[in-house]
Design a protein around this ligand. Structure first.
Ligand code: CMP
Length: 140
């Protein structure tokens, strides 16, 4: 089993509803350790860079508007197979498809307002962590 780090965002729909503690409890119950965490309010330009891979998608502008609409919490989660474990804990992108007990099943409002983001692969995890955190901020 490999110890990995993954990048996570608690999105505006969840921070607005005071769900940070409940979502963090799901991560911790699954064995994921929060080794870095901060509350920030992104600009639209910052959101556009972060979601650059989706720039050609029809929902890109809506996604960036939403992600800079209110504060978010950015995090680094550490644990055995953290990337896939976090994706299991989050559930499917569309909450209509999310399994019972997952974060998106319990809290997400729609495919856009889906409460959390998590990296999908080791390369993207490394890039996403480096976009928001310096090495000194990661305390394992
Ligand atoms: P996330 O894991 O943050 O990565 C990209 C996001 O795009 C995704 O979660 C969804 O919230 C969002 N997304 C995907 N499909 C749609 C859609 N059809 N409409 C709006 N947002 C979407």
């Amino acid at each position: 089993m490999a110890i990995e780090r993954t990048f996570s965002i608690i999105k505006p729909d969840a921070t607005r509803r005071n769900l940070i503690g409940k979502i963090n409890a799901k991560f911790e119950e699954a064995g994921l350790r929060i080794v870095a965490q901060k509350r920030i309010h992104m600009t639209k330009a910052q959101a556009g860079v972060f979601y650059g891979v989706h720039a050609e998608r029809p929902f890109f502008d809506e996604l960036c508007e939403f992600m800079c609409s209110e504060p978010i919490v950015v995090q680094v989660l550490e644990g055995e197979n953290a990337i896939s474990k976090n994706r299991e804990v989050m559930g499917a992108t569309n909450p209509a498809d999310a399994a019972e007990g997952t974060i998106r099943f319990e809290f997400a409002k729609s495919v856009g307002e889906n409460s959390v983001h998590g990296s999908d692969a080791p390369e993207t995890a490394a890039e996403e962590i480096a976009y928001f955190f310096s090495g000194l901020e990661l305390v394992g």
